[in-house]
Design a protein around this ligand. Structure first.
Ligand code: 4AD
Ligand code: MG
Length: 467
């Protein structure tokens, strides 16, 4: 086969130099035709669009043509031609065809229209479908949007450890990390497990959040963000929870809770706009196939200012709704941790736009949040989104050494894990704030997918760690 430098299909489709000799490589989606000619649709992942290859049957041996089946991988040399078919401007008139890899009739993606549930079982192949190609291209674009946003604002990308000895959220939902032989554990005299011979010489886990180390960075570099995997062993099999998910956590010195809300709103709007500007073809596909309101919902979020409302007011609205006959599965009262149905009622039924709830009861929030003067609430903020519920959780941090120490003691958090964190309040303490955005929750919003397992390539959930 003649050596011609490969053109990716996304570029080839934009070319106008009709008659040029080009090469493309990719996977066959469909082959149709008649006695004289085959039309082969090829996709190489660079775009949702296929390149149509036209093969004059008289020019190719039967063997080669037979091996061009759905799922096979081919290299095509040919001439760029104006396409009269609908959907594309150009096609390729094949001059040479090479089969790089065959795919027989057992290839699972023969016909279209598999359910999302079935595709989860073949997660190793699902990126070859239009749907998951679109989702993972959007996922990449959202990662770029995040780095672009913070870099342009002068934030530093700071890498926090994945293995840790402290429980940031204090929720006890951590995966333990050990090299000990679980069949032969050493015990101390009191009968507890002896970690002195373990790899780190003490109990360690996978992190649930990079925030605590992020605060160390913010109180030195000024404004930072983390963006990496986090792990939670919460046994909640819901469409919004993963055991391994990616989180973006900005942390900014001298920001109070209002600055924090401004940053969160500007950040999410930037990401949503980035998707609309950079992922038009993929969004249009998802809009047409899965969720006719996807694009208009995204545009809607850009239009309005988010509602900012204290938790106490939010609960009042929900109690009012119950009084007027609205049925929730979970009870709602002051002090309750709101369920996603409550959050979505506020956003979708009551305000019809995103809501930032603030000043939650301290009992349902983490130890590090700044305590309000009322002694009951803390300066927390959750950003609630249509279809999703909580997409961001954050707060102004408690900057006062004594108040922070008192809260740590009230909650029985072991001091030996926290001395370094308290040092930020001991030496040059300053007001500061931050938040965490669940990357996959953002992706649910910008893809219109309903299940978080469909926006991460290889989801980890209870009893599921395949691939
Ligand atoms: O509200 P969370 O637990 O807040 C924190 O971890 C803070 N340390 C963040 C900070 O202030 N720096 O989690 C933050 C976000 C949630 O709003 C949600 O979007 C997402 O992370 N999240 C999950 N996403 C998928 N699966 C899970 N199990 C998640 N738990 C939280
Ligand atoms: Mg939260």
């Amino acid at each position: 086969m003649k050596q011609i430098k490969r053109t990716i299909i996304n570029d080839a489709l934009k070319r106008t130099d009709i008659g040029a000799e080009i090469n493309i490589k990719g996977w066959v989606r469909t082959k149709r035709g008649n006695k004289n000619v085959s039309f082969i649709a090829i996709n190489d992942g660079s775009t949702i669009k296929n390149m149509q290859v036209v093969a004059d049957l008289s020019k190719f041996d039967e063997e080669t043509l037979k091996a061009i089946t759905t799922g096979s991988c081919v290299s095509v040399n040919g001439l760029l031609a104006q396409s009269i078919g609908q959907g594309q401007n150009v096609e390729i008139q094949a001059t040479e065809l090479e089969i790089l890899g065959t795919a027989d009739a057992t290839y699972p993606l023969q016909k279209k229209g598999h359910t999302l549930e079935y595709l989860r079982e073949i997660a190793h192949l699902r990126p070859r479908t239009n749907t998951f190609g679109a989702i993972f291209r959007i996922r990449h674009n959202m990662a770029i949007a995040i780095h672009t946003f913070f870099h342009q604002k002068g934030f530093y990308y700071f890498h926090t450890p994945l293995i840790t000895a402290s429980d940031c959220e204090g929720a006890g939902q951590m995966f333990q990390v050990t090299t000990m032989d679980l069949n032969k554990l050493d015990h101390t005299e009191e009968g507890k497990i002896d970690y002195t011979n373990d790899f780190f010489g003490k109990p360690t886990s996978l992190t649930v959040s990079g925030q605590l180390e992020g605060e160390l960075a913010a109180t030195s570099l000024g404004a930072i963000y983390t963006f990496g995997p986090t792990f939670r062993a919460e046994n909640s099999n819901t469409p919004r929870h993963l055991a391994e998910f990616w989180m973006v956590e900005p942390e900014v010195a001298f920001n109070d809770i209002n600055d924090n809300m401004d940053l969160a709103e500007e950040f999410i709007k930037f990401c949503v706009k980035w998707a609309l500007d950079n992922c038009a073809d993929d969004l249009q596909f998802l809009n047409d196939m899965f969720d006719k309101e996807l694009i208009s919902r995204m545009e809607g979020v850009l239009k309005d200012s988010f509602v900012r409302l204290p938790y106490t007011e939010g609960v009042r609205i929900l109690e009012e709704a119950v009084k007027n006959g609205h049925k929730f599965e979970y009870p709602v009262y002051w002090g309750a941790d709101l369920a996603s149905e409550h959050e979505r009622y506020l956003v979708e039924n009551h305000f019809k736009k995103p809501v930032i709830l603030t000043d939650y009861p301290k009992e349902i929030k983490a130890f590090y949040m700044k305590q309000n003067e009322d002694g009951k609430t803390v300066r927390a903020m959750d950003v609630l989104f249509p279809k999703i519920g909580e997409i961001i959780g954050g707060s102004e941090r408690e900057a006062d050494y004594d108040k922070l120490l008192q809260r740590i003691q009230e909650l029985n958090i072991p001091m030996k894990d926290m001395w370094w964190y308290l040092d930020t309040r001991k030496y040059g303490s300053c007001p500061h704030s931050g938040f965490g955005l669940g990357f996959e929750r953002l992706l649910l919003f910008v893809t219109g997918m309903q299940n978080i397992r469909d926006v991460i390539p290889f989801p980890r959930t209870p009893k599921n760690a395949n691939f």
